[in-house]
Design a protein around this ligand. Structure first.
Ligand SMILES: [Zn+2]
Length: 259
């Protein structure tokens, strides 16, 4: 399976999944139909399915138009909030397996950014996960419909995937996320090295995806509530902050909201 990031709207990514031999294709998160249809045509692909990570407009805004343009198009999404993903044809349960373009995948419910948020994990052929607005490179989504505890559980589910798993997230936020991470963990060399690399990539107009689960564990403050460096930065600034992981996580999220 070939994976092609498509920059959509201001800073969103849709991802074309392509079987190069048969030219069958699927798209993860279609915020707008026109650029997706153009790319499908340019590459001579047959678009069969849409995989929606959650119902926010900048992830599903193109679903209806795509479904009108391509009769029989499959639209996969979470069954948690059934009527929120437009044109949904295949509601998936947590852990449910599915197949698109001849490749097997698994739906993982990861609520908190929204209560219907789902990740798509493809275990074979170099594992990859599409994490939407839950896990970003060096960041996580805002808590619109969930608690810090719930987001920790959802992120923990993704962190439990193999370290080599490629992470394809919903937005290009990596550089700003790493600036924030660097403030919290100034002595973390993985963070400073990645920040430098990402600045070069962005300077050249390149995408910073994919990351990997292993890399996220080393650089993402929202997976690092046990990092002594991060905890001591927070405790220095907020001497009354409880030592519990959930308090560390919630304070990190709160600071990021203001960053
Ligand atoms: Zn969102």
């Amino acid at each position: 399976m070939e994976i092609v990031p498509l920059p959509l709207l201001a800073d969103n990514y849709g991802y074309l999944l392509i079987d190069p031999a048969s030219k069958r294709a699927a798209i993860v998160d279609c915020s707008e139909a026109a650029p997706v249809l153009t790319e499908v045509e340019r590459r001579g692909l047959r678009l069969e399915a849409v995989l929606s990570t959650h119902h926010h407009f900048d992830h599903v805004g193109g679903n209806e138009e795509l479904a009108r343009a391509i009769p029989g198009l499959r639209v996969l999404g979470s069954r948690a909030e059934l009527n929120r993903v437009p044109a949904l044809t295949e509601p998936l349960a947590d852990g449910e397996e599915f197949e698109v373009i001849g490749v097997r995948g698994r739906a993982l419910f990861i609520p908190a950014h929204t209560s219907d948020h789902v990740a798509y994990f493809f275990p074979n052929d170099g594992p990859s996960v599409f994490s939407g607005d839950t896990l970003f490179a060096a960041g996580c989504g805002r808590l619109f419909e969930g608690s810090p505890e719930q987001m920790m559980r959802s992120l923990g589910k993704l962190a439990a995937l193999p370290d080599a798993t490629q992470v394809w997230c919903g937005h290009e936020y990596t550089e700003k996320n790493l600036c924030f991470a660097h403030e919290l963990e100034p002595t973390n060399r993985d963070i400073s090295a990645k920040l430098e690399r990402v600045r070069t990539q962005r300077g050249a107009g390149k995408a910073t995806v994919p990351s990997t689960i292993g890399e996220e564990k080393r650089t993402n403050p929202f997976l690092r509530w046990e990092s002594p460096d991060l905890c001591s930065t927070l405790r220095r600034r907020f001497p009354d902050l409880p030592a519990e992981p959930v308090a560390i996580f919630a304070k990190t999220r709160e600071l990021k909201d203001q960053f």
